[in-house]
Design a protein around this ligand. Sequence first.
Ligand SMILES: Cc1ncc(COP(=O)(O)O)c(C=O)c1O
Length: 397
Amino acid sequence: MFESLRAVPADPILNLSVLYRQDTNPNKVDLGVGVYKDETGHTAIMEAVARAEERLLAEEDTKAYVGMAGSKRFCELLAQVTLGADHAVLADQRIAVAQTPGGSGALRVLGEFINVASPNATVWLGNPTWANHHAVMQSAGFTVKEYPYYNRGTRAVDFDAMLNALQNQTQAGDVVLLHGCCHNPSGADLSLDQWQAITDLVLAKGLIPYVDIAYQGLGEGMDEDAAGLRLMANAVPEMVIASSCSKNFGLYRERTGTAMIIAANAQQASLAQGQMNSVIRANYSMPPSHGALVVETILADPKLKQMWRDELKTMRKRIKDLRSQLVDAIKAEGVTQDFSFIERQKGMFSFLGVSAEQVDTLVNEHSVYLVGSSRINLAGLNQRNIAYVAKSIAAVL
Ligand SMILES: Cc1ncc(COP(=O)(O)O)c(C=O)c1O
């Protein structure tokens, strides 16, 4: 049976990490893989996380099963973090929440949930989007189509084309996947006016918004980064949200995320919770506990929460500073091409906007590792390598 299997092509981003590790050039720089790195190039455990873990080690007294939707308290706290503690959806109990194995687990659970509720829906993904959105949504059983999102010429959201496609090509009941903030891979986010326009369109056409928020807090702030999805949640009867604690709590390998379903009323939310739990039961039965317990410990303790918010602020500020510094450093190399869009974009990623051949040269001749699409992870820059990266970019232009 297995002799018929075909080899799966290597994941280009993970493959890049392998090549980076093998490279002996002392100047090598990894701008490929999508994890936050500090000034020393390390993806450190956040101090608030380490403190919460110490507390859990001393106090946790059982490893009994947690249940399909995970910890109720974690789910409540995450719904507040995502929607804001005083959001009407919470007051009206129009929400079903489950703790999931990372944002990816949430995306898959919500995909399968929608498939139960609306088996013929088409899922619309932006072009470009996080590559795994395609795989996850296809595995969940959907037909996937694309709407235009980023204009490589203007280096900004192609909003007219996006709106036009969603207006003219979608059907009632279709699902539209949007990035909550810090768009991966482009760094180009929707403005609040644009969120409002999409909300109006979703209402007019009867579409289901599906918001993936994997970088809350790494753009402008925890509340600012969720403002668009909060505005939308205020207006639409139904919506789903996948959120991840991988980046903003640095809990990548602990697989911590949340799947949220907003329904028209409390009764439908309760039905949705039951269906979502049954999807989970048939998949992995129950989520891993450790990461969610860490997050719950932090969010429930004012001191730890403040410590975490401060650390997140430092990370956010560092990324913003690096954006400005890269633009300046490229300019200082005498480059006349305008790279100021990097400063305007949000979160960890931007497209450099160079060709595939130029990316190859950066990787092969300069040991500056970036994804073939020219996506760079700004957090891979630091004071030791930024001038070298700018010089290398200037050399390939
Ligand atoms: C846009 C987006 N969504 C979701 C995820 C999933 O994150 P995780 O499953 O690690 O929590 C990522 C991770 O890179 C992402 O970039």
